[in-house]
Ligand binder design. Structure first.
Ligand code: GLU
Length: 473
């Protein structure tokens, strides 16, 4: 059975690359009826913030990614949390010391050094075991480092990047347990992936070059090495990294720009993976059905907001009307929401909008007709001119004042009939009405739909105001 995990550090935001890692790990497990696990990697205490864990939950929930097991927290599964598992790491570090695969390092600057420019081998590597144990017992602060074998090579096959072979002499004796007793990622990831029976480790390519060191640990402990699926970076179209400053790096930032979570999930699935044909629209369930690690691409994927706009529009079109309205509701300017039935507005907007954040601009004219140029009344295709528009609107005022009921259907029927009686093209009647009501040649919905939403009084008021301008033209 395939078992995968998502192992985020609580940083306070969900980078879009990390969300893609979570998604691929989830899809890989679900596609084969396997298990997906959430593990919070919070052993770097400088970064630990409880609210940051909430961000992880919220992001996964919005993305529809749920996990299959974990400690019981009031009837549901909590994640595994590394800071609660110190004893496990310490015990394994001790075992590595006993079998000679690790050593105690008393160099004062050891941790700082390891972070800056790692010296590959540390002098403490040569300390006799008894002496090191005595110093440790005496309470001397120290770290525990991995003892990388001298000579030889370490080789493994990554599902995406192929065969990776490195000479052991290029690998550093990395710190496994810090002097505060907490493990580094280097130790914790290996122990947890083994104890949680992870079959496929899915993570960012930045861990590819460390994998040989982890493999040496697995081997020392007599454990089976998992399969690796390292994922390439997501970059901007310019090739630069997605950055926090530009507001395009995190899932939250992107959602705040007016995108639906399901569209973002669909889009990031395609950033580095393809179904093998030209299909692009996928629900999460569709992705589960199709996902296959053999079609993950090893080159960096470029994030295109234009592409996401398109996909977002496609997802908006498939939403049930109530769900679209619930998502759109917050985007209507207050004065429009007070004056008009926004559920009706949503029905006009849903077939046409790409981003939810486009809604305020798209519906602005419902609140107030902008000052516009009478030249907009000229429209060849509708055989509309400034003069024809004046005539039509003159007659529409009384015609519409008498219309009952006030509905799109009734309006449409009446205006089509009126055009026929007057020997005009339907467009010659509809066009000036649309301009009079909206001041715009491109509107969400045709003239009669706009009139329905605006209501009879406002429609008549706008026709009268338009006529005043037209009479002076
Ligand atoms: N905690 C690591 C990160 O957030 C996870 C790496 C892994 O998946 O093994 O980058």
């Amino acid at each position: 059975m395939i078992r995968t995990r998502f192992a985020p550090s609580p940083t306070g935001s969900m980078h879009i690359g990390n969300l893609r890692t979570a998604l691929y790990a989830y899809l890989l497990a679900r596609h084969s009826g396997g298990r997906f696990i959430l593990r919070i990697e919070d052993t770097d205490r400088r970064r630990h913030v409880p609210e940051a864990i909430q961000v992880i939950y919220d992001s996964l929930r919005l993305a529809g990614i749920d996990w299959d097991e974990g400690p019981d927290v009031g009837g549901s599964y909590g994640p595994y949390v590394q800071s609660e598992r110190r004893a496990v790491y310490r015990e394994h570090a001790e075992h590595l010391l006993e079998i000679g695969a690790a050593y105690r390092c008393f160099c004062a600057r050891a941790e700082a050094q390891a972070a800056a420019a790692p010296a590959l081998r540390d002098p403490c590597r040569l300390l006799p075991r008894a002496e090191a144990e005595a110093r440790a017992r005496a309470g001397e602060p120290h770290t525990i480092r991995q003892r990388i074998p001298e000579g030889g090579v370490t080789s493994f096959v990554d599902h995406v990047f192929g065969t990776i072979t490195v000479s052991n002499d290029t690998l550093d004796d990395q710190v496994l347990l810090k002097s505060d007793g907490l493990p580094t990622y280097n130790l914790a990831n290996v122990i947890d992936d083994h104890l949680m029976a992870i079959t496929h480790v899915v993570r960012g390519v930045e861990y590819l070059s460390s994998a040989p060191k982890y493999n040496l640990l697995y081997t020392s402990l007599g454990w089976e090495i998992p399969e690796y699926v390292h994922l390439p970076h997501i970059v901007k179209e310019s090739g630069k990294k997605l950055s926090k400053r530009d507001g395009d790096a995190s899932f939250q930032d992107i959602l705040a720009r007016g995108y639906l979570p399901e569209a973002v999930v669909n889009y990031i699935a395609l950033l580095g993976w393809s179904p093998g044909d030209d299909r692009e629209f996928f629900t999460l369930a569709g992705l589960v059905a199709e996902f296959d690690i053999d079609r993950i691409n090893k080159s960096s994927a470029a994030f295109s907001f234009a592409k996401l706009d398109w996909l977002n529009g496609e997802h908006i079109r498939t939403l049930p009307a109530e769900r679209f309205h619930a998502a759109a509701r917050g985007y209507y300017p207050a004065r429009i929401a007070e004056a008009l039935d926004t559920a009706r507005l949503s029905r006009l907007v849903q077939p046409r909008v790409a981003r939810l954040s486009d809604i305020p601009h798209m519906v602005a004219f419902f609140g107030e007709v902008p000052a516009y140029d009478v030249a907009l009344y000229n429209h060849d295709k509708s055989r509309s001119t400034v003069a024809s528009s004046r005539d039509v609107l003159e007659r529409l005022g009384s015609l519409l004042a008498a219309l009952e009921p006030w509905s799109n259907e009734a309006l449409h029927q009446r205006l089509v009939a009126f055009a026929a009686e007057a020997g005009l093209k339907t467009g010659t009647v509809m066009w000036p009405l649309r301009i009079a009501l909206s001041g715009s040649p491109a509107t969400p919905g045709g003239a009669t739909e706009l009139a329905e939403v605006l209501g009879k009084d406002e429609t008549l008021r706008r026709i009268a105001a338009a006529l005043e301008v037209l009479r002076q033209a």
